[in-house]
Design a protein around this ligand. Structure first.
Ligand SMILES: Cc1cc2nc3c(=O)[nH]c(=O)nc-3n(C[C@H](O)[C@H](O)[C@H](O)COP(=O)(O)OP(=O)(O)OC[C@H]3O[C@@H](n4cnc5c(N)ncnc54)[C@H](O)[C@@H]3O)c2cc1C
Length: 536
C-alpha cells in the first residue's frame, strides 16, 4: 500500500482518536493498523460483557508480569484490549482525569505545553457530557460521558457509609474538587459501552482518506537512514509493508509501543545487541519507567439481589434485568461493576488524594477469574495513586509474536506499601460504617487481619493491578526520556509515540480519558508543526 501520509499502529484509546482527528483533513491520508478485530458484538457493546472479556482471551492480549519479588513471586495478570477500541473496549468505562497537579508535574519536569491549563481544553474537546455543563466539561465532543444507568441502590449505601466514616462527597471528580466519594460517570450512551472506536472511528469509517486494517500485527518500523518511512506487519499469514510519506505514529499501548521501538532498533543498545537486533538509536529509556496502580480488594458476601451473583434468585433477577435492558437500556446490564468510588487522603495534611477507591457491586477477586465472583457480595478496592515504584518492559525475544517481559516491580519502593496499608485501613473503616450493617455478610480473605504485619501479608498475597500501566516511552528531556514534548522519538525523524506510555508520571485517576486527551493534543501538534514543543 502506497501514498499514505500517516500510519498509526494500534487502534486503541489513543489510536482511534488520532485516526479520527487526522482524517478530518480530506487532503491527508491515514492508515490505522490494528492487530485485533473489529469488536462489533454484544460482549463489547453491552457493558456487562466485561465480566466475560476481562478474564478471557476473546478480545484481550491477556499478558502476565514476570514474578513480582515483593508479591510472593506471583505473576500478575495484565489484560489489554486486542480489538478496535483497544483497552477502552473492555475497560470499566470510568471517566476520570486525575488531579490538576499531575499535569502541572509533567510540565515541571521539562514538558512545556502539558500543564493542567494546557491540557484541559483537550479533555473538553473530546467530551460529550450530558450532566455537567460548566468550565470543566465539554458537551459536543465525540466521546459520550454519562451518569450511571444502573440505578443501583447500593450507590447510596456506599456514599452514606463513607460520610459516616468522615469522608466528603465530591459531586464531580473532574470538576473543582477531586477529593471525596461519588458515583463514577461512564463512557456509555443509551446504556451501551462507547469505546474510543465507537466514538471516534465508527462514525467516520466511510471517509475515503482513511484505511483501517484489522488483524494487522505490526512487526517493526522501517527506516530510510534515520527517518521512519514505513511499517512491516503480518496480516492473514502474509508479511506486508505500508509506507508513510509524513509520519509513523505508535499507539500500541504501554507494553507494545516500547516493544515495537525495541524491535525496530531503538532502545538500550547492549540489550538489543544481545538479542541480535541492529541498533539504530541507543535510547535506554525505552521500556523503563513503568508505573501502575497496585490495588487491594476488601470483599464481603451479602444477600442483596442488587449485588451481582449467580444464586437461583440472582439468576431470576438477571433474567428480569435482561428484559429491562432490552426495553429501557437501564439496570444491571449497564453495570461497569466498579460503579462508585472516590479519591481520598490517608493523611488529612496531604496536598492531594493519595488513594482511589472502586466500589464494586459484586465479589471482584482475581479479575473475575475465580468462581467466587458468582457469589453475591460487594468489594471495595483501594489503590496507590502516585506510586514511587518503577518497573520496566523488555524484549523476551526478537520475535514480534512473543509477548514482552513486563516487570512493574510493584512495591519495590517501600513507600507504596505504607500507602496501601493506610488505604486498606481507610477502606475498612468505610465498610464497617453503620450504612452497611443490613447488608454485611462474611468478610472474605481479609477477616482477622488486624496488625500491620497481617495486612502486609495479605497485600503480598493478594494485591493486583487496577489496570493503569503507563510511562514506558516517557515524555521529557535527558538520557532517560524517549519522546519530547511533541511526542517525537528522540534521535530519529518521522516517528512519534502517542498513547499511555508517554506519561512521565502516572496520573492520580483512571487512565483512559487522559490517554484520549494525549491523542487529541497530539493530533493538533501533528497538524500544526508549530505546536508546543515541536522542535526536533
Ligand atoms: C480491564 C481494564 C479496565 C480498565 N478500566 C478503566 C476505566 O474504567 N477507566 C479508565 O479511565 N481506564 C481504564 N483502564 C485503562 C485504560 O483503558 C487504558 O489506560 C487505555 O485504554 C490505554 O490506551 P492506549 O491507547 O494507550 O492503549 P490500548 O487502548 O490498550 O490500545 C493499544 C492498541 O494497540 C494494539 N496493538 C498492540 N500491539 C500492536 C501491534 N504490534 N500491531 C498492531 N496493533 C497493536 C492493541 O491490540 C490495542 O488495540 C482499564 C484497562 C483495563 C485493561
Amino acid at each position: 500500500m502506497q501514498n499514505i501520509d500517516y500510519v498509526i499502529v494500534g487502534g486503541g484509546s489513543a489510536g482511534c482518536v488520532l485516526a479520527g482527528r487526522l482524517s478530518e483533513d480530506p487532503d491527508v491520508s491515514v492508515c490505522l493498523l490494528e492487530a485485533g478485530g473489529k469488536g462489533r458484538n454484544r460482549l463489547v457493546r453491552v457493558p456487562f460483557g466485561m465480566v466475560l472479556t476481562v478474564p478471557s482471551p476473546f478480545i484481550n492480549w491477556c499478558f502476565k508480569t514476570v514474578p513480582q519479588t515483593q508479591l510472593n513471586r506471583r505473576r500478575l495478570y495484565q489484560p489489554r484490549g486486542r480489538v478496535l477500541g483497544g483497552s477502552s473496549a473492555l475497560n470499566a468505562m470510568i471517566y476520570t482525569r486525575g488531579h490538576p497537579s499531575d499535569y502541572d508535574g509533567w510540565a515541571a519536569v521539562g514538558n512545556p505545553g502539558w500543564s493542567w491549563r494546557d491540557v484541559l481544553p483537550y479533555f473538553k474537546r473530546g467530551e460529550n457530557n450530558s450532566s455537567f455543563h460548566d468550565d470543566y466539561h465539554g458537551v459536543d465532543g465525540p466521546q459520550p460521558v454519562r451518569d450511571s444507568f444502573t440505578d443501583n441502590p447500593m450507590h447510596a449505601v456506599f456514599l452514606d457509609a463513607a460520610q459516616q466514616a468522615g469522608y466528603p462527597v465530591s459531586p464531580d471528580f473532574n470538576g473543582a474538587q477531586q477529593e471525596g466519594v461519588g458515583v463514577y460517570q461512564v463512557t456509555q450512551q443509551d446504556g451501551e459501552r462507547w469505546s474510543a472506536a465507537r466514538a471516534f472511528l465508527e462514525p467516520i469509517l466511510s471517509r475515503p482518506n482513511l484505511t483501517v486494517l484489522t488483524g494487522a500485527h505490526a512487526q517493526r518500523v522501517l527506516f530510510e537512514g534515520r527517518r521512519a518511512n514505513g511499517v512491516r506487519y503480518r496480516c492473514g499469514g502474509h508479511t506486508e509493508n505500508v509506507r508513510a510519506r509524513r509520519e509513523i505514529i505508535l499507539s500500541a499501548g504501554t507494553f507494545q509501543s516500547p516493544q515495537l521501538l525495541m524491535l525496530s532498533g531503538i532502545g538500550d543498545g547492549q540489550a538489543l545487541q544481545n538479542l541480535g537486533i541492529g541498533v539504530l538509536q541507543h535510547l535506554p529509556g525505552v521500556g523503563a519507567n513503568l508505573q501502575d496502580h497496585l490495588d487491594y480488594m476488601l470483599i464481603y458476601r451479602a444477600r442483596s439481589l442488587d449485588l451481582i451473583g449467580a444464586s437461583p434468585r440472582g439468576i431470576l433477577r438477571f433474567m428480569h434485568e435482561i428484559g429491562r435492558y432490552r426495553h429501557e437500556r437501564r439496570g444491571m446490564l449497564c453495570t461497569n461493576v466498579a460503579e462508585a468510588g472516590g479519591f481520598l487522603k490517608t493523611d488529612a495534611s496531604l496536598p492531594r488524594p493519595d488513594v482511589q477507591l472502586h466500589f464494586c457491586v459484586a465479589v471482584v477477586h482475581n479479575h473475575g477469574r475465580t468462581l467466587q465472583h458468582l457469589w453475591h457480595g460487594y468489594s471495595l478496592h483501594v489503590c496507590v495513586l502516585h506510586p514511587a515504584s518503577r518497573g520496566q518492559v523488555r524484549l523476551a525475544s526478537s520475535d514480534p509474536g512473543k509477548a514482552p517481559l513486563i516487570d512493574p516491580a510493584y512495591l519495590s519502593d517501600p513507600r507504596d506499601l505504607d500507602v496501601l496499608v493506610h488505604g486498606f485501613k481507610l477502606a475498612r473503616r468505610i465498610l464497617a460504617a453503620p450504612a452497611f450493617t443490613p447488608y454485611r455478610g462474611r468478610e472474605l480473605f481479609s477477616a482477622g487481619a488486624v496488625s500491620d504485619a497481617d495486612i502486609h501479608a495479605l497485600i503480598r498475597a493478594r494485591a493486583e493491578t487496577i489496570y493503569h500501566p503507563v510511562g514506558t516511552c516517557r515524555m521529557g528531556r535527558g538520557d532517560s526520556a524517549v519522546v519530547d514534548a511533541s511526542l517525537k522519538v528522540h534521535g530519529v525523524q518521522g516517528l512519534r509515540v502517542v498513547d499511555a506510555s508517554v506519561m512521565p508520571t502516572l496520573i492520580g485517576g483512571n487512565t483512559n480519558a487522559p490517554t484520549m486527551m494525549i491523542a487529541e493534543k497530539a493530533a493538533d501538534m501533528i497538524r500544526d508543526q508549530s505546536g508546543a514543543g515541536a522542535s526536533t
